[in-house]
Design a protein around this ligand. Structure first.
Ligand SMILES: *[C@@H]1O[C@H](CO)[C@@H](O)[C@H](O)[C@H]1NC(C)=O
Ligand SMILES: *[C@@H]1O[C@H](CO)[C@@H](O)[C@H](O)[C@H]1NC(C)=O
Length: 107
């Protein structure tokens, strides 16, 4: 009971936890290895021009191979890219993924 009451507050206080629930599922470009895509995604996220221009601080670039049940590890990945201004955590996941030719997977 006590746990159930406290947990939402803990989660709300941790940007990382909140943001990691926003992972998006993408298929990486055909013919590209997961290792190469991971490097590209992290580099593109960390240097994303509109985030830099907005004066934000880099947060995290996450690439987790596989869909939400772990299948398709070589072709699909859960992605997250966010920066922060200290209080909010703007996400650039879809923009970065699209710039690299990844395609969103629905469901
Ligand atoms: C992950 O992919 C497998 C194979 O395509 C599919 O059967 C499964 O339903 C997918 N999991 C989710 C959570 O979509
Ligand atoms: C995911 O895996 C399933 C079963 O192995 C396969 O049929 C499907 O084409 C895969 N999807 C992608 C995008 O690779």
């Amino acid at each position: 009971m006590r746990f159930a009451t406290i947990l939402p507050f803990l989660c709300a206080g941790l940007g990382l936890v909140r943001a990691s629930d926003d992972r998006l599922l993408y298929a990486i470009p055909a013919g590209e290895t997961m290792a190469a895509f991971t490097t590209e995604f992290q580099t593109a996220c960390q240097t994303w021009p509109s985030a830099v221009a907005a004066g934000l601080t880099f947060g995290e670039a996450l690439v987790e191979p596989g869909n939400f049940s772990g299948a398709n590890e070589t072709t699909e990945a859960k992605l997250l890219c966010y920066w922060t201004d200290g209080t909010t955590f703007p996400e650039f996941t879809a923009d970065v993924a699209a710039s690299l030719g990844a395609t969103p997977v629905s469901s």
